[in-house]
Design a protein. Structure first.
Length: 273
């Protein structure tokens, strides 16, 4: 059967377009510059996680720590390259003493009350890791700007349109929710039930847990190599990688028993070879 004139014309147009239009590569073919040095190479280096990563300790000596990530990859870290080395030990509020320093960040409930799920505790020489403070934080904002928006909101009432512009531009939050401030406190525990902290300015701040829940509490200490055990988990902040191993800006070790129950001399790391 002979083809109709219309069918022949369409076939001819498709053939011409195929010859004249250059091929467009698929996105997967247009690889970014860092792709080749990292993927597919025998000794390629992994992309470093910008927000940190979890790892399990699979070996430790007096000079080296070997971790394994969630993908089963193993990396050595020289003890000198751990960066800021901190340890988090589980604790209970009942174990706090009058000289225990407590840090908490939570919702500002007014009248020197804040609500949070977790508090950190610092004892003895480790109290130099923090500074007594009582300051405000905006929800979703890391620090307080030069003008306290909560105070500005109270002293200088604005119209709906001005509030929308202010909070939509400077502070990414809904103006219908109010200022929504949070508080950051570091102070000495003067009471345990309720948890009350003595903070600068001769103030007393009460820290409460969410309704129907209890605090989670961690004692934070500086790290030592003899604190590390095989099977521990750690949170890492990598800043570089060399043929020698990972370079970290921070290494936070998580323990499963309180510091007072831990024997640093038991099962100590084997001597380095």
């Amino acid at each position: 059967m002979s083809r109709s004139p219309g069918l022949r014309r369409r076939f001819l147009m498709v053939a011409i377009a195929t010859v004249l239009v250059p091929a467009i590569p698929a996105p997967a073919q247009n690889r970014e510059a860092p792709f080749d040095p990292i993927v597919g190479q025998t000794h390629g280096l992994p992309q470093l996680p910008p927000q940190g990563a979890w790892g399990e300790i699979i070996n430790v000596t007096s000079r080296w720590v070997v971790i394994q990530n969630h993908s089963g990859q193993q990396y050595p870290i020289a003890v000198d390259d751990l960066g800021e080395f901190l340890v988090r030990w589980p604790l209970r509020v009942e174990a706090l003493g009058n000289r225990s320093m407590v840090e908490a960040v939570g919702d500002d409930l007014g009248s020197n009350f804040i609500r949070t799920q977790h508090v950190d505790v610092f004892e003895g020489a480790d109290q130099s890791l923090v500074v007594p403070t009582y300051s405000s934080l905006l929800r979703g904002y890391n620090g307080m700007p030069a003008i306290d928006p909560g105070l500005n909101f109270m002293l200088n009432p604005l119209g709906i349109s001005q509030m929308t512009g202010l909070y939509g531009w400077a502070y990414p939050m809904s103006p219908m929710l109010g200022a929504g401030t949070r508080s950051h406190v570091v102070g000495w525990a003067v009471n345990r039930s309720p948890l009350q902290l003595a903070v600068p300015g001769n103030n007393l701040v009460t820290v409460t847990a969410p309704p129907g829940e209890d605090f989670t509490v961690s004692q934070v200490t500086r790290g030592r190599v003899n604190y590390i055990r095989k099977g521990d988990y750690a949170f890492l902040m990598p800043q570089g990688i060399t043929p020698r191993g990972l370079l970290l800006s921070q290494f936070v070790l998580y323990k499963t028993i309180p510091l007072r129950q831990f024997d640093p001399n038991a099962a100590a790391p084997a001597p380095a070879r």
